[in-house]
Design a protein around this ligand. Structure first.
Ligand code: AHR
Length: 313
């Protein structure tokens, strides 16, 4: 009985120790992409909440959907001499010069959520996030089984040039290539936003009408926007048009329970704890795993109702 308060004290002491580098509070700069989706809000909350719990001094910069804002934020973190920089890169390319500046200042960079394309992998210490290719593959394989390998698909892409849009698009195309009856008849970006998904879907419905059998959305917000457009066109999302998307935010899992959405593949945004577990080893210059992927699940009519009460985001 007595050991429980003792264990608690030890736990809080260990957090307090990890929040300090020598006698100084650990300073972390986090360059977030923006606030485009419910997924992003959950990710920001996880990063901020866990930093507060652990006593880190977190400098948070909202990139507002622009790479140049994120680059400016990284430069300001370097000027403020933070201990570690965490970057969720909005797009995959164009990071080498600013990452070289961080390296020259001796500040390690953790990539979270999205990967980058670089010829020099030593420009970042490690990556923590989901396997976007695997998510796209899971969505396509589920779809092929659901519709028996037949149907005209419209695709709602994420932010152009971003790792999730590139990988989810590539994986889905690779997987449906095995099913000659599945064809993407149109594909456009809704920028991972609900309003974007709705707007693009309205245009698709005007152009293709009842030829559309399936919507593949690179995230739930766009799928929910598309569902609204389908309803406003007098059709039943989930029945007249099959919708498959990615993220598994609570609202989307609820939409699966309600039959408005058919499937959502999880992309877990709650990796604040995983990111901060790496801070201590990085500051002590200990080796850390270069890439660490979250394990994601898939929710459809067979299991959504059973998990909805426990969805944390
Ligand atoms: O990078 C992860 C993606 O970005 C999520 O799927 C999407 O919702 C977000 O905005």
């Amino acid at each position: 009985m007595k050991s429980i308060p003792c264990l608690r004290l030890l736990f809080f002491l260990s957090l307090a120790v990890s929040a300090f580098a020598g006698d100084r509070q650990v300073k972390i700069g986090f360059a977030q992409t923006g606030a485009e989706s419910a997924w992003r809000t959950a990710n920001t909350n996880s990063m901020k909440g866990e930093a507060a719990k652990r006593g880190f001094d977190l400098k948070f910069a909202d990139g507002q959907g622009k790479q140049e804002n994120q680059i400016r934020a990284i430069r300001s973190f370097v000027a403020q001499r933070v201990d570690v920089i965490v970057l969720a890169p909005i797009v995959e390319t164009g990071w080498d010069p600013v990452l070289r500046e961080a390296r020259r200042a001796g500040i390690p960079v953790i990539l979270t959520d999205r990967t980058i394309q670089t010829a020099d992998e030593s420009l970042y210490a490690c990556f923590i996030g989901s396997d976007f290719y695997e998510e796209g593959r899971m969505a396509a394989d589920w779809l092929a089984r659901k519709v028996n390998g037949q149907g005209a698909i419209v695709e709602l892409q994420g932010t152009p040039g971003s790792a999730p849009a590139n990988e989810r698009r590539r994986a889905f195309a690779d997987a449906i290539a095995k099913h000659p009856g599945l064809k993407i008849i149109d594909s456009q970006s809704g920028d991972f936003r609900r309003a974007g998904g709705k707007e693009v879907m309205e245009a698709f419905l005007k152009k293709h009408g009842r030829a559309i059998r399936i919507v593949y959305a690179h995230n739930d917000d766009m799928a929910l926007g598309a569902a609204q457009a389908i309803e406003e066109a007098g059709l039943k999302p989930g029945t007249d048009i099959i919708l498959v998307s990615i993220d598994a935010i609570r609202e989307a899992v609820q939409a699966v329970v309600d039959g408005r959405l058919n499937c959502t593949v999880e992309c877990n945004p709650l990796f604040g704890p995983k990111v901060y577990d790496i801070i201590g080893p990085l500051i002590r210059k200990e080796p850390v795993p270069k890439k660490s992927y979250n394990k994601d699940e898939l929710f459809d009519a067979t299991n959504a109702a059973a998990v909805i009460a426990q969805r944390e985001y």
